[in-house]
Design a protein around this ligand. Structure first.
Ligand SMILES: [Zn+2]
Length: 576
């Protein structure tokens, strides 16, 4: 599997094929003919054996936070780094010391506030400026002061960027790489070089692109990271270029850094590994500017489970889903249900006719055992569900349903879905419905009443204020609280928490992450109703609850109530 024979490789590339050039033109060429005027070699490369290990380098704290709408405080960065360390990535890029106050403060505080057991922290910067010395360079001085064992510096490897952005000569660009790395290694730093725009640069001027790498190698860089900065390369380009670089530079470790602009960042990263790179840069959840960086939540299990390559410690792979969700929570992004391996829908089955087959042989319908990455099979239940589907769902949540209970649930589902409920997308409320059919009732608290007032006065900023009052009974105690919020749901949530927060400390971990409203014409003769869905998270699991009513506040309250009850129900089984 891991070794391709020469003949096979020749066969793959032995026919005429088209290449799209950087200027957008296409032309045909035949195998064996030099593709570039400066071509380093013909296409005769043996695929190497797959590496036994690939170092995972997460760049969410630097490149990943370039994503629109993503902004991290120093505290956020420390907490994200703790999660990455818990998962066991080899390197965490912490930011660019000196470039902005947050990153500068992060590097001041990490020594006291961040304890890493598995990962190594990396400070990021660039080479010295053109026409200056390394010793006098502020960026390099900040890198030394950041006091990390490893630094990663970016250098131009596309000749046109040297001409047009740096406005200096190619010789000076190479000298900038050399001087900077020598300076950093003389201060006992381990240095990684990010060769920016490497693949575009290699397409146009491979000689210069490789010259930059050679200079970095000779100056003492430990890893040369080939960056597809514009994200436009395809796996075939990556394979060919990495193989060529590897044969030109056989003795220094190579890395890959891909952006997802062509939708293939993970595929490109895997292609690079197959061609011999041993460091993979990307982000958990694929954060990053434009379409993002390579999604490590997919690349890690691809490498470890499918290709048998060591990435993070094997016994931590099951932390992948919880860590991916926890990081999403920390950066305030709703996790995508369709995200490979870690999304909530990726092992969800609308059982229907296949229910019994899925129950017997899950592997007929799932590409891996979801528990390997900390995810789980989920049965999706709608009003079209049958007995077998309901039984599977009950087994999934750990309850037993009698024939009688199943019949009453099927009747309830038909009626409720007709009213506008949609349990397929509200697994939290569905579980409560199933449990109630067994005679269970939540005993945490009893709601006596709630009231919401929104006041609009004048037209200044802050003219609209909302407050909610909630009265509940917990045990023998009658409790009442009033709280303000930025809207009715937020105010109700705050008032309820202020009533019962002292009784249920687990509430501190339960967070509402998304709120969606749809107005429906149900056709049931009652006119329009409002359907509210609330997503919640406790750092270990996420759940969705639903409310339906002609009144938007009442619909929101139902969804909120279910969310809190579900969260409390699972508070004891989730450790956090
Ligand atoms: Zn990047």
């Amino acid at each position: 599997m891991s070794e391709h024979s020469h003949e096979e490789h020749d066969h793959d590339h032995g026919h005429d094929h088209d290449h799209l050039h950087a200027d957008g033109t296409r032309h045909s060429h035949t195998h064996g003919h030099a593709r570039h005027s400066h071509s380093m070699a013909t296409h005769h490369y043996d695929m190497p054996d797959l590496p036994t290990q690939v170092d995972i380098f997460d760049t969410i704290l630097r490149d990943g936070s370039q994503q629109e709408g993503l902004s991290l405080t120093v505290d956020d960065k420390i907490r994200v780094a703790e999660q990455l360390d818990r998962l066991g990535v080899a390197y965490i890029e912490g930011g660019w010391p000196g470039a902005n106050p947050t990153d500068t403060e992060f590097f001041k505080r990490f020594k006291d506030e961040l304890t890493l057991s598995t990962s190594t922290l990396v400070a990021f910067g660039s080479t010295r400026r053109a026409g200056a010395t390394a010793e006098g360079d502020a960026v390099l001085r900040h890198l030394i002061e950041a006091d990390t064992e490893v630094v990663c510096i970016v250098a131009k490897s596309w000749d046109r960027h040297v001409d047009e952005a740096l406005k200096t000569s190619l010789d000076e660009a190479v000298a900038m790489v050399e001087d900077s790395i020598k300076f950093l290694t003389s201060h006992d730093k381990r240095v990684f070089l990010d060769a920016e725009h490497f693949f575009d640069g290699y397409r146009e001027n491979p000689e210069f692109a490789v010259r930059v790498l050679h200079a970095a190698e000779q100056a003492g860089a430990e890893a040369l990271v080939l960056c597809d900065t514009n994200g436009g390369s395809l796996p075939g380009d990556i394979t060919e270029t990495v193989l060529a670089v590897r044969s030109a530079i056989p003795d220094t470790g190579l890395g890959i850094h891909c952006h997802n602009d062509a939708g293939v960042a993970v595929a490109n990263s895997l292609a690079a590994v197959a061609a011999g790179v041993t460091q993979l840069q990307g982000c958990i959840n694929g954060y990053g500017e434009r379409t993002g960086n390579a999604d490590l939540s997919a690349a890690i299990p691809d490498l470890s489970l499918k290709l048998n390559i060591r990435t993070i410690p094997m016994d931590r792979l099951e932390l992948l889903t919880p860590v991916a969700h926890h990081i999403a929570e920390l950066v305030n992004k709703t996790p995508s249900p369709q995200q490979p391996y870690v999304g909530s829908s990726v092992f969800a089955h609308k059982a229907g006719l296949h229910a019994s087959a899925i129950a017997k042989s899950k592997d007929l319908y799932e590409h891996i055992d979801p528990s390997l990455v900390g995810n789980a099979t989920r049965v999706v239940v709608s009003d079209k569900a049958g007995r077998a589907t309901l039984q599977m769902k009950a087994a999934e949540v750990g309850i037993e349903l009698s024939d009688e209970a199943i019949k009453s649930i099927l009747d309830d589902l038909k009626r409720l879905e007709h009213e506008g409920y949609h349990y397929e997308v509200a697994d939290g409320s569905l579980e409560l419905l199933l449990r109630r059919a067994t005679g269970w009732e939540p005993k945490y608290f009893h709601v006596e009443s709630f009231r919401v007032i929104t006041n609009h006065e004048g037209d200044e900023a802050g003219a609209v204020t909302t407050e909610a009052t909630v009265k509940v009974q917990v045990g023998e105690k009658h409790l009442e609280a009033t709280a303000a919020g930025n809207g009715p749901v937020n105010a109700l949530d705050a008032a309820l928490r202020s009533c019962i927060g002292d009784s249920f400390l687990a509430l501190n971990h339960i967070r509402l992450t998304d709120y969606r409203v749809r107005v429906l014409n149900t056709g049931s003769g009652t006119g329009a109703v409002t359907r509210v869905l609330i997503d919640s998270d406790n750092g270990t699991r996420t759940w969705t609850t639903i409310g339906v009513s002609e009144n938007i506040i009442e619909a929101s309250w139902q969804a909120l109530y279910d969310s809190i009850v579900y969260g409390l129900l699972h508070a004891t089984s989730d450790t956090n």
